[in-house]
Design a protein around this ligand. Structure first.
Ligand code: IPE
Ligand code: IPE
Ligand code: MG
Length: 217
């Protein structure tokens, strides 16, 4: 079985740079290259949707210098992207600098009819915030049900989340897709994100294929 929707928690960029005596910004630049490698391999292996956790709601608390560097990498990529992927964003874009949010919105608009991989970028995203926001929306329509809550989540139009891969050695979700992860398979890799290769994607997909999914039944 090939996962239809895969998510990547792209952790370990700062440590990658620190281990080389480089500024953390070097880790984010290299992390972007790794993201493109991983996404190409993900598409080639047959997934149709990939979500990447690029900047969490809590990452807003990072030092200003680091935030600026991450946002610079994000904006540059959004402005230059000319590939075949349909790119969309989840998260609170108002947590980002205005020009970055605008670049993201423009990319979403101009890639809307692309037919390749659907790439979802989580920026200023927090799973708890998304659930609270969705609950408020659903409550306005009456009693909150699973259906009404799910249809108000920012991920409502995406396929079920089959697989979450986290690099960087930590074994936690850090606020990512807390509702959607209910029955996702989890793969944790010790590798730092900038070191991720096509082979790591291959290995994660093979691991997924070996799992028996039961959904409680
Ligand atoms: C992933 O990398 C998070 C972001 C891109 C904000 P980190 O910056 O958390 O890297 P480590 O975990 O400190 O190495
Ligand atoms: C999770 O990594 C967020 C992203 C990868 C964007 P963090 O580095 O922020 O997570 P914690 O703080 O180690 O849990
Ligand atoms: Mg980290």
């Amino acid at each position: 079985m090939v996962p239809r929707h895969v998510a990547y928690i792209m952790d370990g960029n700062g440590r990658w740079a620190a281990r080389r005596g480089l500024p953390r910004s070097a880790g984010y630049k290299e992390g972007l290259k790794a993201m493109l490698r991983v996404l190409k391999a993900t598409e080639a292996k047959g997934a149709d949707t990939a979500t990447v956790y690029a900047f969490s709601a809590e990452n807003v608390a990072r030092p200003a210098e680091e935030r600026t560097e991450i946002m610079r990498v994000v904006k540059e990529w959004c402005d230059c992207f000319a590939g075949e992927w349909k790119v969309s964003f989840i998260g609170d874009l108002s947590l980002l600098p205005h020009d970055v949010a605008e670049s993201a919105a423009r990319l979403e608009e101009r890639s809307a009819s692309s037919r390749g991989l659907h790439l979802v970028i989580a920026l200023g995203y927090g799973g708890r915030e998304d659930i609270v926001r969705a609950a408020n929306t659903a409550a306005k329509q009456g009693e909150i049900t699973r259906e009404s809550l799910e249809s108000a989540l920012s991920t409502h139009s995406l396929p079920p989340l089959d697989l979450i891969v986290r690099s960087g050695g930590e074994k936690r979700l850090s606020g990512f897709m807390l509702y959607e992860a209910a029955y996702s398979e989890l793969v944790f890799l010790d590798k730092l994100w900038p070191d991720m290769t096509e082979e790591d994607v291959e290995e994660a997909f093979s691991e997924f294929a070996r799992r028996t999914r039961k959904f409680g039944a």
